[in-house]
Write a protein that binds this ligand. Structure first.
Ligand code: ADP
Ligand code: MG
Ligand code: ZN
Length: 605
C-alpha cells in the first residue's frame, strides 16, 4: 500500500471503532481511571482497544510518546485471559513490569532480568492452564528458544485462557526497517499455532513497505485493523512571526506575560551563546528562565532539567540537545527563537508542546538573516561532505518556504511535507494563516523576476564590486540613495523598472529567486572600518533557464494592502463586539498578534 492507502485504511478503522457504546466501554474507562489514573484516552487509544476487545488483529502506528503501552495494558486487563507482551529490550521490559507491579497488576517476566525462580514460577502458572498472571513480558529470543513456554501457552490456550499477544516495536520484524531482528521472524508461531488469539502489533515507525512486512511476517488475519495516530496535533496553534534582532526577546516576554504567565514552556535557541543570552534577557524581564545546552556539565544539565520538570523554573532556553526522551505533558508553548533546521525538527520540537491534549502554542521567529547564518555554519563545518551540505541546505530551504508562506494552512504544509494529506478546512483557524483575515492574491510576477535577474547579471558584469539582495531590490524600486548612486547601480538597465511596486513584494521575489536557485548567494569578507562578512548575490545555476522561459512562470501570493487595512478594521470591531456576545468558537484560542502587514515584513527582515 501507499501512504494514502494506509491513511484510508486507518480512517476506516478509526470510524468503525470510535465510540463509547460497546459492551466493554464502562470497563475500559474504569481501568483507565482506577488503575492508570487517566481521565481520558488519547487520540486512537480507545479505537485500538475497542478493535482488540472485539477480537481483531491490529497494526498500530503511534509516534514516540503517543501512548502505545496504555493500549495493550488496558486491553490486557479488560480481557478475561492471559496477555503475552514481546518487547526487544530487557530495560523496557523491566521498566514496564515494575510500573505495572506498582499498580497491583499481576505481571510475570520471562527474560534475563528475572531470577530462575521467578521464571519457573511464571512458567508453571501459565502451564496450569488458568493463570493468575495477567501479563507476561518476554523477548523474541525466548519465544524462539523456549519449548517450555510454547507448551505452557498451548495448555493455557486449550483451556480458553490465552487472550492477546502484543508485539511491541514490531518494525523489527521487517528487513526494510531500521533495526531488523531475525528472532522477530519466529513470532509468526503465534498466528500459526493459536489462530484464535488476537495480535496487537505496535510501532512508531512504519513506512508502507515496512507495514506490509509486519502484516505478512506476523501473519495477521485478513480482517486486521490499521490505526495511525494522526500526525495532526489539533490542540497546537502554529504561528510564524518576523524576527527583528532587537525586539524579539521583548516580543517573547509580552507573549509569555499575556498568554502563558507562570506556564511551562521551551524556547529553542540556535547556539549555546544564544541560549545563555536569551535566558539572561528573560530573567532580566522577571521571567525565570534557565539555559540548557551540551556545553553544561552533566550534573548541571540534570539540575536544570529537574527544576523545569518539577515546575520550579517555568521556562527553559535550550538548544535541540534538550527534549529527547523528555516527557512533560503540560508544556504550554514552544518558541523557536531561531528557525529550526528542518521541517522534521520543527515538527518534533513543536510537538513537545501540549502532550496532555490541552491547548498549546508553537511560535517560530523567522528572519532571512538566520537562514544565511545557519548556512554559513554548514559551509564552515569541516566534517561534512559537500553532498551532506547540499542536503542540509535543501532542508533549510523547506523551512524558509514554510515561514515565508503567508497563505496556506500550516498544518497542511507540515503534513504535506511528510507525504500526508490534510484538509485545511479542518484547521478551524488554529494556525496564523487560517486565522488571518488578510486577503491574498496569487500574482504572476515572472516579468519582474526576469527584470531582477537581468539587473543582477548586469551588475555582476559591469560593476567592480559585488551587490547585496537589499541593494538590488532598492535599485529596482527606483531608490536613488547616495550609496546606490556611488556604487553605480542606478545607471544599470532595469534600475527603477519596479517603481510603484510594493517594496516588500520586491524583496520576496528576490528571496524566491534565491530559493529556486535562479539567483545564488555567496559570502565575502568586507575590508575597511566595518569589517565582517557580507552576503552578496549573483546569477545562480538556473538563471539562464529562467531567463529563457524554461522554468515556468513565477507565481507568489501577495497581500492586498487595501484589503488588509479594511480587514484590520474588521478584526477590531469583531473583537470589541465579542466581549458582549460569546462567539461560536468560544474555546479560548490564542490569536495571532501579527497583522497582515507585519507578515509582509517577515520577508523584508
Ligand atoms: P509510547 O510507547 O507510544 O512511546 P508510552 O506508552 O510510553 O508511549 O506513553 C507516553 C506517556 O504518555 C506515558 O508517560 C504515559 O503515562 C502517558 N499516557 C499514555 N496514555 C495517556 C492518557 N490516556 N492520558 C494521560 N497520559 C497518558
Ligand atoms: Mg513504547
Ligand atoms: Zn491552518
Amino acid at each position: 500500500p501507499s501512504h494514502e492507502d494506509l491513511d484510508r485504511l486507518a480512517a476506516e478503522s478509526r470510524k468503525r471503532w470510535a465510540g463509547n457504546a460497546f459492551e466493554w466501554t464502562k470497563r475500559i474507562d474504569e481501568i483507565n481511571y482506577n488503575v492508570f489514573g487517566h481521565r481520558k484516552f488519547r487520540d486512537t487509544q480507545r479505537e485500538v482497544i475497542n478493535a482488540t476487545m472485539a477480537g481483531h488483529d491490529t497494526l498500530v502506528l503511534m509516534p514516540t510518546g503517543g501512548g502505545k503501552s496504555l493500549c495493550y495494558q488496558v486491553a490486557a486487563l479488560a480481557l478475561p485471559g492471559l496477555t503475552v507482551v514481546i518487547s526487544p529490550l530487557i530495560a523496557l521490559i523491566a521498566d514496564q513490569a515494575s510500573a505495572l507491579d506498582g499498580r497491583n497488576v499481576r505481571v510475570g517476566v520471562l527474560a534475563g532480568c528475572a531470577s530462575d525462580d521467578q521464571r519457573r514460577a511464571t512458567l508453571s502458572d501459565i502451564a496450569s492452564g488458568s493463570p493468575q498472571t495477567k501479563i507476561v513480558f518476554t523477548t523474541p529470543e525466548m519465544v524462539t528458544a523456549s519449548d517450555a513456554l510454547k507448551g505452557a501457552l498451548a495448555r493455557c490456550n486449550d483451556r480458553g485462557n490465552f487472550s492477546l499477544v502484543v508485539v511491541d516495536e514490531c518494525h523489527c520484524v521487517s528487513q526494510w526497517g531500521h533495526d531488523f531482528r531475525s528472532d522477530y521472524l519466529s513470532l509468526n508461531i503465534f498466528k500459526n499455532s493459536f489462530p484464535n488469539v488476537t495480535v496487537m502489533a505496535l510501532t512508531a515507525t512504519a513506512t508502507p513497505p515496512v507495514a506490509i512486512d509486519i502484516i505478512k511476517n506476523l501473519g495477521l488475519s485478513a480482517n486486521y485493523q490499521h490505526f495511525t495516530q494522526s500526525m495532526n496535533r489539533p490542540n497546537l496553534f502554529y504561528e510564524v512571526r518576523p524576527k527583528t534582532s532587537k525586539a524579539t526577546v521583548k516580543d517573547i516576554v509580552a507573549f509569555i506575560r499575556t498568554k502563558f504567565h507562570n506556564k511551562a514552556g521551551i524556547v529553542y535557541g540556535f547556539s549555546r551563546r544564544e541560549c545563555e543570552d536569551v535566558a539572561r534577557q528573560l530573567y532580566a524581564a522577571r521571567i525565570p528562565a534557565l539555559h540548557y545546552h551540551a556545553g553544561l556539565d552533566p550534573s548541571a544539565r540534570q539540575n536544570v532539567q529537574n527544576k523545569w520538570m518539577d515546575g520550579r523554573v517555568k521556562v527553559i532556553v535550550a538548544t535541540i540537545a534538550f527534549g529527547m526522551g523528555i516527557n512533560k505533558p503540560d508544556v504550554r508553548f514552544v518558541v523557536h527563537y531561531t528557525m529550526p533546521k528542518s521541517m522534521e525538527g520543527l515538527f518534533q520540537e513543536a510537538g513537545r508542546a501540549g502532550r496532555d491534549g490541552l491547548d498549546a502554542h508553537c511560535l517560530v521567529y523567522f528572519s532571512y538573516k538566520d537562514k544565511t547564518r545557519i548556512e554559513s555554519l554548514i559551509d564552515r563545518n569541516t566534517e561534512t561532505s559537500w553532498v551532506q551540505k547540499r542536503e542540509e541546505k535543501s532542508k533549510i530551504a523547506h523551512v524558509v518556504r514554510y515561514c515565508l508562506n503567508k497563505v496556506d494552512c500550516r498544518r497542511f504544509l507540515q503534513l504535506a511535507h511528510f507525504g500526508r494529506t490534510f484538509d485545511p478546512a479542518k484547521c478551524a483557524s488554529t494556525c496564523d494563516n487560517c486565522a488571518s483575515s488578510a486577503i491574498f492574491a496569487k500574482v504572476d510576477v515572472t516579468k519582474h523576476a526576469r527584470n531582477l535577474v537581468t539587473l543582477v547579471k548586469t551588475a555582476c558584469k559591469e560593476l567592480h564590486r559585488p551587490v547585496t539582495a537589499t541593494q538590488v531590490a532598492a535599485c529596482y524600486y527606483g531608490s536613488s540613495s547616495k550609496p546606490l548612486v556611488t556604487a553605480g547601480l542606478t545607471r544599470l538597465a532595469q534600475a527603477g523598472a519596479g517603481r510603484g511596486l510594493d517594496r516588500d513584494n520586491i524583496n520576496r521575489i528576490v528571496q524566491h529567486l534565491i530559493l529556486d536557485g535562479v539567483l545564488s548567494e555567496f559570502s565575502k569578507s568586507r575590508p575597511g572600518p566595518h569589517r565582517g562578512v557580507s552576503t552578496y548575490i549573483q546569477p545562480g545555476s538556473k538563471a539562464n533557464a529562467f531567463l529563457d522561459g524554461h522554468t515556468g512562470p513565477m507565481i507568489i501570493a501577495v497581500a492586498d494592502k487595501a484589503s488588509s487595512a479594511s480587514s484590520r478594521k474588521r478584526q477590531r470591531s469583531a473583537s470589541s463586539s465579542s466581549r458582549n456576545r460569546p462567539t461560536p468558537n468560544s474555546r479560548t484560542r490564542p490569536t495571532p498578534q501579527a497583522l497582515p502587514t507585519d507578515h509582509a515584513a517577515v520577508a523584508a527582515a
